[in-house]
Ligand binder design. Structure first.
Ligand SMILES: [Cu+2]
Length: 491
């Protein structure tokens, strides 16, 4: 081999290596950019407070976890404390950070710390009650094999090439050629690994953050107080320790004190799996809450609340019943397993006078929260799609500053006729529905003056509707009574 041939082969390897560098550096770098940056919003009805938490997931392996707390609704004096703890650990062990939860509408950010991967809870405490929001911190993803192949190949290629070019080696043509050959093989390995990489890493770091199921396995732990009204007959318990059962959730509700009209009481909800009897603790956040709870009184009043998780499978919420009588409870939730989205219902009693219910007005114009509200439900017929709309104006000017709530322009709750012909929240025959206005926000990020919902009334009879929007960080509820005609005239 002549000096010229040797130079040519060395230069060939050099060009290959340069091309490899250009090709590989961006690919290898972008592979490390896939860290989870999940941000979760969750609504909490904690005591008398309505709080919205925005939780930014910490980096893989743990670290700083910023949480923004925003109070809405009525101002409540005092603050809350936030902490990050391992599941079930005392909130005081998590280095609790005080947060002023007032004034309403002023967000406060705190930085919590997680010092390792796995299951965590963000606790929010008002001194009397502690909400526990499950959060999963992703584990550090190991460096994939192809990255190592690229690294080793590139380094070995560079080292052997430099060695081959060294004067002492160039004096020995066979050795130089051998080293050049090694460099070529190393570069080929690196290039092959880099080219094959995308196929082997798509969907790699499967470490989503936010809420995640915390393994429960506390079978038989559920409370049995209150008036449980299972939506489906409970099957015999087959696998009490199962955490992945797809059965319907059985909801039981009880109050911590004797429920009395006009007196605040804490409603305790226990969730068990209808087919296994196990505690249900695999709820995921949907529409910015773990549970959307509708409590409907005998007077037709609706409370749309977001109970806080206080223990695995246990949720609590404070409420003040306006009148005595039997209240219907509807818990809308989404299980992370095969259970999917579902509504579980139950009922509880409140002592005190129960005046005869006066139905809400029908469609048309009424005054609500200083606004003129025009509700339209044109010709509702069972089984046919109907558009329910709400148009708001204030002093003759259209209201265009409605705020999104739970990620939507508006919410419609529907309670259908029971066996008695009218809406009865405690009658399982009364259908329950929750519909959203998914229209995009206007240029200023707000909504209005018109909010609309598409709904198909399942059957004829009298329905109770509640249309809900948010303005000035307050929820405005418009109750409406709607009579739905049968699909075809009776013979
Ligand atoms: Cu809700």
């Amino acid at each position: 081999m002549t000096e010229q041939q040797r130079r040519r082969s060395v230069w060939g390897v050099l060009v290959l290596l340069a091309a490899l560098g250009v090709l590989l550096v961006p690919a290898a770098a972008s592979a490390h950019e896939s860290l989870p940056t999940g941000v979760q919003r969750i609504e909490l009805s904690l005591g008398e407070r309505s709080l919205a938490l925005t939780i930014t997931a910490p980096p893989e392996g743990g670290g700083r976890m910023p949480v923004v707390v925003l109070a809405r609704g009525e101002a409540v004096p005092g603050g809350v404390t936030l902490a990050a703890v391992r599941p079930g650990a005392d909130a005081s062990t998590g280095g609790p950070v005080p947060v002023p939860a007032a004034p309403v509408g002023q967000p406060h950010e705190v930085a919590l710390t997680t010092d390792g991967p796995g299951a965590w809870e963000v606790t929010v405490s008002d001194g009397a009650q502690t909400a526990r929001v499950p959060v999963t911190v992703a584990a550090t993803t190991p460096t994939p094999g192809w990255v190592w192949a690229v690294r080793v190949g590139a380094v070995l290629g560079a080292v052997t090439l430099i060695a081959a070019l060294a004067p002492a080696v160039r004096a020995r043509p066979r050795l130089a050629l051998a080293l050049g050959g090694v460099a070529l093989v190393a570069v080929t390995v690196a290039v092959t690994a880099a080219v094959a990489a995308p196929a082997s890493t798509t969907g790699a770091p499967a470490t989503a953050t936010g809420t995640a199921p915390v393994p429960s396995g506390h079978a038989g732990h559920a409370g049995h107080g209150g008036a449980a009204m299972p939506p489906t007959p409970a099957a015999p318990a087959t696998a009490p320790m199962s955490t992945t059962s797809s059965g319907a959730v059985v909801l039981s509700a009880r109050t911590t004190s004797d429920a009395r009209a006009g007196v605040p009481t804490d409603l305790v909800l226990d969730l068990t799996d209808g087919s296994s009897g196990a505690v249900v603790d695999d709820l995921t956040i949907h529409d910015e809450a773990l549970i959307h709870l509708a409590v409907i009184g005998p007077d037709g009043q609706l409370s749309h609340l977001h109970p806080v998780r206080t223990a695995p499978g246990r949720y609590e919420v404070r409420m003040t019943a306006a009148t005595g009588g039997r209240y219907g409870v509807f818990a809308e939730m989404e299980r992370s397993g095969e259970g999917g989205h579902q509504v579980a219902r139950t009922a509880f009693d409140v002592a005190g006078p129960a005046p005869a219910a006066a139905p809400a007005p029908g469609p048309g114009v009424r005054d609500v929260a200083g606004m003129r509200a025009d509700v339209a439900v044109p010709d509702p017929v069972a089984g046919r799609p109907t558009q329910v709309s709400l148009t708001l104006d204030e002093g003759g000017a259209p209201v265009t500053n409605l705020q999104g709530w739970l990620g939507m322009a508006g919410h419609l709750m529907v309670l259908g006729p029971g066996t008695g012909g009218g809406p009865d929240p405690t009658d399982p025959a009364s259908a329950f529905g929750h519909v959203h206005d998914m229209a995009p926000a206007g240029p200023t990020g707000t909504y209005g003056p018109r909010i609309a919902f598409d709904y198909t009334f399942p059957r004829a009879g009298r329905y109770a509707l509640w249309l809900q929007v948010q303005r000035d960080l307050r929820i405005v509820t418009v109750p409406v009574t709607v009579d739905v005609a049968p699909e075809s005239p009776a013979p």
